[in-house]
Design a protein around this ligand. Sequence first.
Ligand code: 2PG
Ligand code: MG
Length: 428
Amino acid sequence: MTPTTITRVHARRVWDSRGRPTVEAEIRLASGVVGRGIAPAGASRGSREAIDLRDGGTRHGGFDVAQAVANVRGPIARAIYGMDALDQTDIDAKMIELDATPNMATLGGNATVAVSLAVAQAAALAHDMPLWQYVAGDEPVSLPLPEVQIFGGGAHAGRRIDIQDLMVMPVGAWSFDDALTMVAEIYRAAGTLMQEQGKLAGVADEGGWWPAFASNEEALQMTVRAIERAGCHPGGDAAISLDIAASEFGRDGRYTLALDQRELDSDGLSELLLDWIEHYPIVSIEDPFAEDDRDAWIAFTRAARHRVQIIGDDYLTTSAQRVTEAAADAACNAVLIKINQAGTLTEARAALDAGKAAGFGTIVSARSGESEDTAIAHLAVGWNAGQLKVGSFARSERMAKWNEVLRIEDAMGSDARFTGAAVLPPRK
Ligand code: 2PG
Ligand code: MG
């Protein structure tokens, strides 16, 4: 037994930012340190994601996690007890082997992700290091360019508008702190504009203003106005980033923009998005098409890659294999990294590495259902991802992550490296 031998594996039910049950895992090492991880949960989910194991039935709307908690306390605990917490890859491989399905359907991705994160936290603590430093090893690190939601829509706002995330990226910022300072003004300005127009109606799931708009395009217009109202130059200081989350309103090449009362085919949606890119300062678009619309992804990327970052989320589901295939297809040029889509840190890291190898932009991302767990702030820095998406600039499950990056930046002092918009994939 060494000081980093796992001597206790525990789990309990805690609650996420939507008030739903979720899994918290705790890993104790022989030295006495305890690492903790909490599983997040998505609302708009790719069909190939690791399974979010829920009990079903009537309790808590079927969202309870008694089985996932039991899986940590039982089979996972038995499998990894006595292993060395420094062997993250072996521990994750053990869970993958024990699960024996391609998508963590047996153990639950919510069980495995909580354990995987808790193991990493325990190992970092054993080294007396912050998580970002532990996962970085000797590799270079950087502070991420934040992607921050101003208006929430789609599955996060009762489908009030069809687009899911209207975000800003402070491309003109010179530090992470400067980036958030700019975002704070834009977020506040957006709220003021909504209030002035009598449209202020609270916030959506990730803290973005509730999108009380008459059309999807009005949301874009308001985002530009908010940037201007904050005294920023649209495109120069802060640009727009969209998560269309098109799988939510499209399949088989048909897309229904309910708010605009329009049904479009893939070409029609492509034209609409290209028109928006032409008229608004958009630098990034996520999931422009449904996850089953490969040809549309390829055609759109051919047309738009000189001008915007095109991110696969539901399309790639944090899978190294899917990233490599998409790179061969030239179907996008960036990958969203959600640890719980993969189910373990090791697999998420592999997807990030595959993205980097392909010259893709890499964005570490939270889920719409979150907690006070700040691990992803550390992973974005320590994995040198370059970009971080955490939701909006309100609600403490979001602010906990932004504030954690501020702490990391502060602790790094003059070593802190923030490269701003240079992290976006080359527009070639
Ligand atoms: C996304 C995320 C975050 P969810 O689609 O990128 O906005 O949403 O966690 O619901 O999948
Ligand atoms: Mg998305």
